[in-house]
Write a protein that binds this ligand. Structure first.
Ligand SMILES: Cc1ncc(COP(=O)(O)O)c(C=O)c1O
Length: 393
C-alpha cells in the first residue's frame, strides 16, 4: 500500500513512530560535538601535552555535568560504548567479583521482560556456574516486591530490573525493589536506557548500586553510554589496557561522543515536564483514536505505570508478517526490540501473549517532534491497513 493515501506534504516521507529504537542527534548536540572532532582532538589520557590536557579538561567538565543531571557523584560515572556494554560490565563484572569474594558462584535474579543486553550476559553466567531465576512479571508487565521477595535464595548476590521497558514502556516500582534488595544485602542493577531523560528521576535517591545509560535514546550520539557504580560495589573489568575509567573500562575516551552525551542529557532534562505532558496527551489520543475504530485491540502492559511516549498493542485476527509488510511503507514502528533478531517478542510472550499474538503487535513510540497530525495520520493508516487485512482474510 502506498503512503500517498495520507494527506501529507511529502507523501514519500514515513511517519516516524520508532523513537524507542533510537533517536536522531539534536542539532545542538552536533554543534556541541563539532570542535572536538578537529580542533580539540587530543587524547585525554595524554596529559603531558597541551592538546591532551584540553581534551582531558573537556571530559572532566562533561563528566561533572552529566553526573549533576543524573544527580550522582561524578566519581561513580564510567563511560562505556552504550547501555549494552554498561549492562555487561555491571552484570559479568559484579557477579564474577562476588564469586571470588565468596568462593563460589551464587544466585542471580532478573525478569523475563528485560532487554537482551541484560538477559544474555546473565544467561551466559550460568555457564560459569551461577544460578539464574528469570521472573515472570504480572500480566500488566510489572514486578511486585512480593514476587521479588519470594525469589530470593540464601546465596542471591545480584538482582537486575530495568526502570522502564523498551517494548511495553512500563515503569517498574524500582525504589521499592531497591529497598528490598538493600534490606537483604543484595546488589541491585538497573538498565535505565529508556528511563533517563523521559522520567523525572534522582538516581542517587533510588538506592541502586549499578545503573546503565545510553546516549542515543535521548537525541545524543550512538556509541556512548555510561555505568554508574559505587566504589563500594566490587566490579571486575571485562577488558584490560591503559587503565582509563579507574581501570574498569580501558581504552581512549571518545571525546566528541562524551561531549554530545552530556549536551543531550542537558536538553532532555530541560523540557522534560512539558514534553512528557504533550506526548502523554498525544499518546492518549492515539490509543483512543485506534480503539474507536478497532475496539478489540489489546493493550500490552500497564496503561498507568508507563512512559508517556510508548504504546504497544496486539491486533487480534491479523497475520503479523502481513501486518508489518503492509505498514512499513507508511510508518516506522516495531513489533519488539530493535535487537530481537526477528523473533517474536519475548516481552509480549512473558505477558502471556502466544507467538501469533506477539507477532501481530505494534510498538509505537513518539518523539519530541511528533505532531498531532502525525498521530491522526498514524491512526488513519493503521486502521486502514488492519481493516483491509481483515477483509482479505
Ligand atoms: C532497555 C535497553 N537496554 C539496552 C539497550 C542497548 O543500548 P545501546 O544501543 O546503547 O547498547 C537498549 C536499546 O536498544 C534498550 O532499550
Amino acid at each position: 500500500m502506498a503512503s500517498n493515501f495520507l494527506n501529507r506534504p511529502d507523501p514519500s516521507s514515513l511517519l516516524e513512530f520508532d523513537y524507542q529504537a533510537t533517536t536522531p542527534c539534536s542539532p545542538e548536540v552536533i554543534d556541541a560535538m563539532a570542535p572536538y572532532w578537529y580542533e580539540v582532538w587530543g587524547n585525554p589520557s595524554s596529559r603531558q601535552n597541551r592538546p591532551g590536557l584540553k581534551a582531558s579538561a573537556a571530559i572532566n567538565l562533561a563528566r561533572e555535568q552529566l553526573a549533576s543531571f543524573l544527580r550522582v557523584d561524578s566519581k561513580k560515572l564510567i563511560f562505556t560504548s552504550g547501555a549494552t556494554e554498561a549492562n555487561n560490565l555491571a552484570l559479568l563484572g559484579h557477579a564474577r567479583a562476588k564469586a571470588i569474594e565468596l568462593g563460589s558462584p551464587g544466585h542471580l535474579i532478573t525478569v523475563g521482560t528485560e532487554h537482551h543486553a541484560v538477559l544474555d550476559p546473565l544467561r551466559y553466567l550460568q555457564k560459569e556456574g551461577f544460578r539464574l531465576t528469570e521472573l515472570n512479571p504480572r500480566s500488566d508487565g510489572l514486578l511486585s516486591s512480593e514476587q521479588l521477595a519470594e525469589a530470593f535464595q540464601e546465596d542471591t548476590i545480584l538482582v537486575s530490573v530495568m526502570i522502564a521497558n523498551n517494548e511495553i514502556g512500563v515503569v517498574q516500582p524500582i525504589a521499592q525493589l531497591a529497598d528490598l534488595c538493600k534490606s537483604r544485602g543484595v546488589t541491585i542493577h538497573s538498565d535505565a536506557a529508556q528511563a533517563f531523560g523521559f522520567l523525572p528521576l534522582d538516581f542517587d535517591s533510588l538506592g541502586l548500586d549499578l545503573i546503565s545509560f545510553s546516549g542515543h535514546k535521548l537525541y545524543g550520539p550512538k556509541g556512548i553510554g555510561a555505568l554508574v557504580v559505587d566504589s563500594q560495589v566490587p566490579l571486575l573489568p571485562l577488558q584490560w589496557g591503559g587503565g582509563q575509567e579507574n581501570g574498569l573500562r580501558p581504552g581512549t575516551i571518545p571525546v566528541p561522543l562524551v561531549i554530545g552525551f552530556a549536551k543531550a542529557a542537558e536538553l532532555a532534562l530541560k523540557d522534560l515536564t512539558e514534553r512528557q505532558k504533550r506526548l502523554l496527551s498525544f499518546r492518549t489520543q492515539l490509543w483512543e483514536g485506534l480503539l474507536e475504530h478497532l475496539p478489540d485491540l489489546i493493550l500490552n502492559g500497564s496503561f498507568e505505570q508507563r512512559l508517556a511516549h510508548n504504546l504497544n498493542f496486539t491486533i487480534p485476527g491479523v497475520c503479523g508478517s502481513s501486518l508489518h509488510r503492509a505498514i512499513r511503507s507508511i510508518l516506522t514502528c516495531s513489533s519488539g526490540s530493535a535487537c530481537s533478531n526477528g523473533e517474536p517478542s519475548h516481552v509480549l510472550m512473558a505477558l502471556g501473549r502466544n507467538r501469533k499474538e506477539a507477532e501481530a503487535s505494534l510498538r509505537l513510540s513518539l518523539g519530541k517532534t511528533t505532531t498531532l497530525e502525525d498521530v491522526n495520520d498514524a491512526i488513519f493508516a493503521i486502521v486502514k491497513v488492519v481493516k483491509s487485512l481483515r477483509e482479505s482474510d
